[in-house]
Ligand binder design. Sequence first.
Ligand code: SAH
Length: 419
Amino acid sequence: MSNNDVKDLNLAEGGRRRIEWAEREMPVLRLIRERFAKERPLEGVRVSACLHVTTETANLMRTLQAGGADVVLTASNPLSTQDDVAASLVVHNEIPVYAIKGEDNVTYYKHLSAALDHKPMITMDDGADLVTVMHKERRELIPNVIGSMEETTTGVIRMRAMAKDGMLSFPVVAVNDAMTKHFFDNRYGTGQSTIDGIIRATNILLAGKNFVVAGYGWCGRGLAMRARGMGANVIVTEVDPMPALEAVMDGFRVMPMEEAAQIGDIFCTLTGDLNVIDRKHFEVMKDGAIVANSGHFNVEINIPALEEMSVAKRLVRPFVDQYELKDGRQIHILGEGRLINLASAEGHPASVMDMSFANQALATEYIFKHGRELEKKVYSVPEEIDREIARLKLDAMKVKIDTLTPEQVHYLNSWQEGT
Ligand code: SAH
């Protein structure tokens, strides 16, 4: 494959303007880029990144490049690419990009493979695809790899499973586990962008609707909170008693999916798991139900089962497939069950990606410096980096906080002082 595969290079100019617009909300990443440009800490490192090709990711790529890295980018999801951004990275930054919005599965994997042909020393994943392909099919590349970064919850779970089985061949930094990542990106990012995606796809009023949120992890919490803010009656489904209890105390109705399926108007899965909305749920859903996923790939909703149950299917608006069942009920699937916040909207806003990608940039620097000393394990982002990002973000937002007095420091460090 030549050194890029994008939809249309003529889209580059519009892409550049949108990348600059996102950059305004990414002050922490900008500071890192300025330092990288001076210190060039990534000089000579080949990086292959598999991330959603968005304006925010473009700013991360520019940051790595400013640090001296030789980067290539491929999509982490066939529907999330912004074609103008892909074009701009190629035209304005000379970064090879392999990503076309709506590409089929074969092309998606061809693109991953093109990114691996770069012989990366560091890889960056959002869902563990590069690492998985390398471990399964391209093992000859493994000796070049110093380490890898993982952006998202499901990817981290997979990498931990690999490490547990002794299958992981290099160290991985779980960017998702940084507090400045999942507290903000997963919660406030997913909360807003998922609502945005559902509204852009359907233009439906949320007020007064029964809105079913499957999964009460960080993403589910964010979505439940924001859906309530829009006036929906939010119902949460869970399998784990702890988050289920938390959802109850946060004031949501909690019930099994089989019950929720009968009363929901809008459903959104954010579990990272398989067939969370299954045949038996479609069987009892109300006519007109809208079903979306904002969790992992397109496996959370059992679309093949719905296909089998249907007599007809038509696209009623972009990103809305209407399935007609034998009994005449219609059920709507958004964005083919792929992440709706990235399929019909633009993913998380730049202000949260600022922190996620500051973690990626600093973790890249860390791996390049220390990767050879690390074991073949999954590591967290060092706490100093996490705290520094929070401090810089507050600075950028011009929010000041208090400092402990020497007396308070002493008090907190002593056990002799009584009550
Ligand atoms: N790769 C899997 C699941 C991950 S999507 C898939 O595609 O199905 C969730 C991740 O997308 C989050 O960790 C978040 O950091 C990332 N993301 C969300 N908005 C983004 C944006 N605007 N640009 C780049 N990445 C984004």
